[in-house]
Design a binder for this molecule. Structure first.
Ligand code: M6R
Length: 618
């Protein structure tokens, strides 16, 4: 999705804006632009807003800026993921009013932009975007506001906007000022060493400061070299949510790996360790950050898990764990569907919303829908201080650190661990498990990081398989019980970064239809770790093998003999110390397979086509 960075108070503003945009590239975008408020050096004229924007990658913008003379202490940069209008130079942000007095960049969607245009006198628009009309409106309002105050002009306009957005403005009238507004799309502000900042994501600012403030919905801010002033939509002073970012610049860099995705796959042992750390006190599981009353959780009689994409797949493992350990019925639902039906919710229904970013608009909307009906929401989130983390009644942070690659990997394994922790915690507060049993299970989960290190040793074997099967036209992933969510995840990973056709099915469903797809040359990846459905999986593998498929099986040390008879290749993972934890290990070979296939096919692994890291629009 789109990215924003604004800086005011630095002579080298442009250089730092470009560096910040570089750190936002991972979000996915198709054009980029900058505006620098170039106040007249002589003071004899009004100066100008210098704008350069280009379709395509940031390198195109950098090329266009080369040799230019964009100087000024205040500026904004933007990476655009097209929603209204094609991804070309003209539709790239920033946009201005016709006189070039106000420039704006925008993340999100202005839903009523057509109506707003209709309300203005007839005029020409340079672009096909929903954003440009906002610059027109603010410029008009500036004429009406006492002293041409940009913050007040923006406040008046934002009150008329519908949709989800973060907006960032500069004007020639106050060239050392940036004004921002936020509704349902993330925006942070900061001030350090005489420089004011704003950004859609802490990654853009981490080189400058770790002390940031996240604006709440319908808050606006005036950012100058002297500080940050936050107000509400009614104009009264307001407080943003201030916090310290817990990771540093090094965590947001590739550190010698060819791609962020590979680096993040290899960070999983540490990420899982960090997520499990310090959970046990006096033999009891403690989830201190949960913020949710133990007794309230003890009375829960139904759980919904809502999430999107990879996070949804972790929720499918969560369902198995919560039902098994805590004995509460769980439904897992795609967040984008949840609010459009009538889920039966009440104060005894716990809604668990899972999100790496904490900014996915569908997941946030599902959480809001639940809260509107007084159902408590527990968020399992990676990004500290994100919208979902703040909105939820309780939060469990996964400690995966920043995840940059669009394809989610370490966030997924830590989300599963988060779900296992919640399952054990619910079992504990509901007295569904002996305390000693919960403690023993948690201690056994501590073996996961070491086991993950062993799984990563499969890398070379998997690279060879990727070379061999990269041209296969169809790949089917099959699994049962804990293997099924991993089959879904394996198929999603492969398709999103290699663009190959991949699907996943419950292995038991094969003979009800999908097996008709299997023919000579098909590839089947079968999740067959040790567990109570192992022998069923062996039968399913035989069925696809008999119809001409090549089979890669994921099996567990000590139980691969039966697989060896039927599968063409076996990727052997260590035993998982608990059957419900095996997905943390079994997914890693599939992440590596997708990675190596995409590399072998020459795809853009970290920024696959059409995808964004954080989906902040519906
Ligand atoms: O930030 P979230 O976890 O809420 O994101 C949800 C999905 O958009 C995300 O998992 C997506 O499916 C990934 N690209 C998968 O690799």
């Amino acid at each position: 999705m789109c990215g924003i960075i604004g800086i005011t108070g630095r002579d080298d503003a442009l250089e730092h804006i470009m560096a910040g945009l570089g750190r936002l590239e991972y979000r996915g975008y198709d054009s980029a632009g900058v505006v620098i408020a170039n106040s007249s050096a002589s003071g004899m004229d009004d100066g100008q807003l210098d704008i350069v924007k280009r379709a395509g990658k940031l390198a195109n913008l950098a090329g266009a800026l080369q040799g230019g003379s964009l100087t000024g202490r205040t500026g904004i940069g933007h990476t655009r993921w097209a929603t209204h209008g094609a991804p070309n130079d003209v539709n790239a942000h920033p946009h201005t009013d016709p006189s070039g007095r106000v420039a704006v960049v925008h993340n999100g969607i202005i839903e009523n932009y057509q109506a707003l245009k209709a309300g203005l006198s007839e005029r020409e628009y340079a672009s096909a975007t929903d954003t440009e009309v906002v610059a027109h409106l603010v410029a008009e309002e500036l004429d009406r506001v006492d002293g041409g105050d940009l913050l007040e002009a923006v406040r008046r306009v934002v009150g008329r906007l519908e949709g989800a957005f973060s907006l960032c403005f500069v004007t020639l009238d106050a060239p050392d000022t940036i004004v921002v507004a936020k509704r349902e799309a993330p925006l942070i502000v900061a001030h350090a060493d005489g420089v004011g900042y704003c950004a859609s994501d802490v990654a853009a600012l981490i080189a400058h400061t770790k002390q940031v403030s996240a604006l709440h919905d319908d808050q606006l801010a005036r950012i100058t070299p002297d500080g940050v002033e936050v107000i509400g939509l009614d104009g009264s002073p307001a407080e943003a949510h201030s916090y310290e970012v817990s990771w540093d610049l090094a965590a947001a860099e590739k550190q010698g790996y060819d791609h962020f995705m590979l680096k993040e796959i290899h960070e999983q042992p540490q990420a899982v360790l960090d997520t499990l750390r310090d959970r046990l006190t006096d033999g009891k599981l403690h989830l201190d950050e949960l913020r949710t009353d133990e007794h309230e959780l003890g009375r829960i009689d139904k759980v919904f898990i809502v999430a999107c994409g990879t996070s949804l797949h972790s929720g499918m493992v969560g369902k198995l764990a919560i039902e098994h350990w805590a004995g509460v019925p769980v439904e897992v639902e795609v967040a984008s569907e949840f609010r459009y039906r009538d889920p039966i919710l009440n104060p005894h229904t716990l809604v668990i919303a899972i999100s790496q970013s904490g900014e996915t608009s569908d997941t946030i909307a599902a959480a809001t829908h639940a809260q509107d009906q007084r159902a408590p929401v527990l968020a399992i989130v990676n990004v500290v201080g994100s919208t979902l983390a703040r909105q939820a009644d309780g939060v469990l942070y996964t400690h995966a650190g920043p995840e940059v690659a669009v394809a989610s990997t370490k966030a997924f394994t830590t989300q599963i661990v988060g779900c296992l922790l919640v399952g054990l915690y619910l079992a504990q507060v509901r007295h569904a498990m002996y305390a000693s049993e919960a403690e023993d299970t948690l201690r056994r989960l501590q073996q996961l990081p070491g086991a993950l290190e062993k799984v990563l040793e499969l890398d070379g074997q998997i690279r060879d398989l990727a070379d061999r099967y990269k041209d296969v036209h169809y790949t089917m992933f099959i699994g049962r019980h804990t293997g099924l969510p991993i089959a879904y995840e394996g198929a999603l990973k492969l398709k999103e970064i290699s663009y190959l056709h991949a699907e996943a099915f419950p292995a038991g469903e094969m003979k009800h239809g999908p097996i008709a797809l299997i023919e000579e040359g098909s590839l089947v990846v079968a999740l067959a770790p040790e567990g109570h459905v192992f022998s069923k999986m062996v039968s399913n593998i035989q069925e696809v093998k008999a119809r001409g498929a090549s089979v890669i099986a994921i099996g567990t040390e000590g139980s691969t003999a039966a697989l060896a008879e039927h599968a063409d290749h076996i990727l052997t993972i260590p035993e998982a110390s608990h059957e419900l934890a095996s997905p943390v290990l079994s997914v890693v070979p599939l992440q590596l397979l997708a990675y190596h296939v995409a590399v072998a096919l020459g795809k853009d692994v970290d920024q696959p086509r059409n995808l964004a890291k954080t989906v902040t629009v519906e």
